[in-house]
Design a protein around this ligand. Structure first.
Ligand SMILES: Cc1cc2nc3c(=O)[nH]c(=O)nc-3n(C[C@H](O)[C@H](O)[C@H](O)COP(=O)(O)OP(=O)(O)OC[C@H]3O[C@@H](n4cnc5c(N)ncnc54)[C@H](O)[C@@H]3O)c2cc1C
Length: 370
């Protein structure tokens, strides 16, 4: 039973966005930037955003050489270029919209590590630089193996530098995005899971109220199973550890190896280290948070043998986050049904592409309905 006041003023919106991660909040922000008169509600299941956007490692990156070569194998050169462009523009958009300081952006550059067993052919760097030149404007990758001496790693044979990569403070970024949405007059309600959606009427059902809308944007990424049917989407869990080494880290940078499956970066004078999902895809295809002992063991092995040899360390924190993957790396940005739209499946790239996915989804919704 609801009152006329609730019906008139509190339960009716032009657009309801489901999920307050980087994609949902970016979609809401883009809608409001394009059409300030729109009345927008964001409904979030968690007390705080509870997906990948608050649990990643804060890499502002658009791909290492081995990851991009793998992308070419799956998507072709053109597909790889499109994806890099989306990541590059997305990172710029987030910075321009929220401010570099506000998101804790550090233009520290990114490095790719090659062990003796990792292939690095001479032709790869010129080939990728040629393919990316029109997107970034300059040469992207350069060999920098001579820097290895000062980094203290072991069993690393080559190092490749990308000066355009950087790091963000994920917590600050989500805080800034949240505040920005509020400054635009977007209503955000947390602790309210959407239970079901009626795509023919635009009704959004929660345990407490049914909200009405013209358009619903589902931005629940890995957690979309009960809201979006027939979309190729698989959850993929990733883990991150915060490591305090005996000797404080003296370098800055984001680091990747093995096609981007393993990554670490400086955080203050500590290390954030994560990845290893490819060791156990089956177990990691889950929406349950948790730590896989097999992956943890491998991360600790690499930490002690490659990254921090000959020194003790403390694992201060560890956590997991859930991403969403499909047969292709491209995100889903589409009208799914009459009043229903989706911006999901951001893979391991959502920090980079989240604001562009939001922009494209907002454009599609406005073109269709307003
Ligand atoms: C360990 C890890 C490392 C990563 N590293 C990188 C990286 O280096 N670079 C990069 O670009 N990206 C990286 N990512 C990926 C990036 O974090 C994600 O792609 C991105 O955060 C996805 O954002 P999203 O808003 O689409 O989804 P999410 O952040 O998952 O947001 C979805 C939101 O929907 C809410 N929700 C779910 N169901 C409901 C419901 N029924 N009703 C209401 N709300 C609901 C959830 O609580 C959540 O807040 C990483 C991710 C992880 C986990």
């Amino acid at each position: 039973m609801i009152s006329i006041w609730e019906k008139e003023s509190l339960l009716n919106y032009d657009v309801i966005v489901v999920g307050a991660g980087i994609t949902g909040l970016s979609t809401a922000a883009s809608l409001k930037e394009r059409s300030p008169q729109l009345n927008i509600l964001v409904l979030e299941k968690g007390t705080l955003p509870a997906g990948a956007s608050t649990r990643n490692a804060g890499f502002a990156c658009f791909g290492s050489t081995s990851e991009l070569l793998e992308d070419i194998d799956h998507l072709g050169e053109d597909g790889m270029q499109k994806l890099v462009e989306k990541r590059w523009l997305g990172l710029q958009k987030t910075r321009d919209r929220l401010g570099a300081n506000e998101i804790g952006f550090e233009p520290c550059g990114g490095y790719e590590l090659f062990r003796a067993s990792d292939p690095l052919e001479d032709a790869v760097i010129p080939r990728l630089n040629h393919l990316l030149k029109d997107i970034v404007g300059h040469e992207v990758f350069m060999p920098c193996t001579e820097e290895l001496k000062s980094l203290g790693f072991r069993h690393i044979k080559h190092l490749v530098f990308n000066k355009y990569e950087g790091a963000i403070h994920t917590g600050k970024m989500m805080n800034a995005l949240w505040s920005y949405c509020q400054s635009l007059g977007i209503r955000i309600i947390t602790g309210t899971p959407v239970v079901s959606i009626d795509s023919s009427s635009g009704a959004v059902h929660t345990d407490t109220f049914t909200f009405e809308s013209n358009a619903i944007a589902v931005c629940t990424n890995a957690f979309s199973g009960n809201l979006l049917q027939n979309i190729d989407l698989k959850p993929g869990r990733g883990m991150v550890m915060l490591i305090k080494p005996e000797r404080p880290i003296h370098y800055t940078g984001t680091f990747h190896y093995d096609r981007g499956y393993y990554y670490f970066r400086h955080f203050e004078q500590k290390l954030l280290f994560g990845g290893g999902r490819n060791l156990d895809y089956e177990t990691e295809s889950t929406v349950e948070f948790g730590i896989n002992p097999k992956i943890r063991k491998r991360l600790i092995h690499d930490l002690e043998n490659l990254i921090l040899p000959d020194q003790s360390y403390e694992i201060e924190m560890e956590w997991s986050g859930i991403m969403a993957f499909g047969d292709t790396k491209a995100p889903v940005i589409q009208q799914v049904d009459h009043h229903l739209f989706a911006g999901v499946r951001l893979g391991g790239m959502g920090v980079a592409i989240g604001s562009m996915v939001g922009e494209e989804l907002a454009e599609l919704i406005i073109k269709t309905y307003f």
